[in-house]
Write a protein that binds this ligand. Structure first.
Ligand SMILES: [Zn+2]
Length: 322
């Protein structure tokens, strides 16, 4: 019997990573190109096609053996129409990407990148046993994907799972990229962490962070985490504050979705040891007891492959191959 394959395309603001996988999700070839979004949408679309052609060629198969292509996009999408609605860092707004990629002559399945990542972790990573799972990624922002009965919950306009925009602090003066104040993302992301670190250094507080960087502009989340690891009191307080906010948001998610698993990805997962206790104690304090008992909070497993494996998982899910 002729072997069959799927392709996953992780379209990012700086790179396009495309992989060919077998139907078990084993990656057989991968091709990476810089997105070069500044050169315009035609260039980006051509690059997507080129990565697919090259990856397929690397495996030594025909495109006709590819059952579907999953495409993870950094922004909201209209899955049924195949339209990318908005991409903050790419000039692809309101593009019908499925139409643009028609010459590939293969079914294309569009998905928001955080949802794709959730599917990737569910099928190939930390959520393999999960049926009802929340995936959250905490880096410069906070994104998420909700899995209910092993499937992504898309909502009315394919935009469900924007967990980073829950209002957590209504009186906060921290404005979010979405325009609202006090969003989870504005107060508990890596961006918030580095902002608090910068403020501490600028205010002349006695902190190791000042010794770790040449000046306050160089303070980022990693610097705060490093100082906290070395026992710096100010950095530890900042990590605690962020951990508390993360715990509040997670308690809300637990109360709403009653997940069996929360998978935490993104930069914060590298500092999990520093915040785990505070996050867990906040969840215990704020979520309903019986729901807390149901949930395992675990760290993501796929690392930098989460995007491309998420795109592979998107194709396999849409083709009903799981
Ligand atoms: Zn927001």
């Amino acid at each position: 019997m002729q072997k069959e394959y799927v392709v996953g395309v992780d379209l990012g603001g700086t790179k396009i990573l495309t992989a060919v996988a077998d139907l078990e999700g084993n990656i057989l070839a991968r091709v990476r190109k810089d997105t070069e979004a500044k050169k315009g949408k035609e260039v980006v679309i051509q690059k997507i096609k080129d990565t697919v052609y090259e990856a397929v060629q690397e495996v030594g198969i025909e495109l006709s053996q590819v059952k579907g292509i999953g495409l993870g996009v950094p922004g909201p999408v209209d899955i049924k129409k195949g339209i990318i609605k908005h991409t903050p860092n790419l000039d692809l707004d309101n593009i019908n990407i499925v139409e643009e990629l028609r010459e590939l002559d293969t079914p294309i399945f569009l998905e928001n990148d955080a949802n794709a990542a959730a599917l990737g972790e569910k099928w190939f990573g930390a959520g393999k046993e999960a049926e009802n799972m929340v995936y959250m990624t905490v880096s410069t922002g906070i994104g998420g994907g909700i899995i209910i009965n092993k499937e992504i919950f898309h909502g009315a306009g394919d935009a469900a799972g924007e967990i980073g925009h829950m209002t957590i602090l209504p009186d906060s003066k921290l404005q979010c990229g979405c325009g609202n104040y006090g969003c989870w993302e504005a107060i508990a992301s890596g961006t918030a962490l580095s902002k608090l670190g910068k403020e501490a250094v600028e205010s002349g507080k006695d902190t190791l962070m000042s010794d770790l960087v040449a000046d306050s502009t160089k303070v980022n989340g990693a610097v705060v985490a490093k100082a906290a690891e070395q026992g710096d009191k100010v950095a530890k307080e900042i990590m605690d504050k962020i951990a508390g906010y993360l715990g509040i948001g997670m308690a809300n998610l637990i109360n709403i979705f009653n997940p069996d698993t929360i998978v935490i990805g993104g930069g914060v997962s590298q500092s999990w040891g520093l915040i785990e206790d505070k996050v867990n104690s906040t969840i215990q304090a704020r979520a309903m007891d019986s729901l807390v008992e149901d949930v395992d909070v675990v760290i993501a497993e796929l690392g930098s492959d989460v995007g491309v494996l998420g795109a592979v998982a998107t194709a396999l899910a849409e083709l009903d191959l799981f």
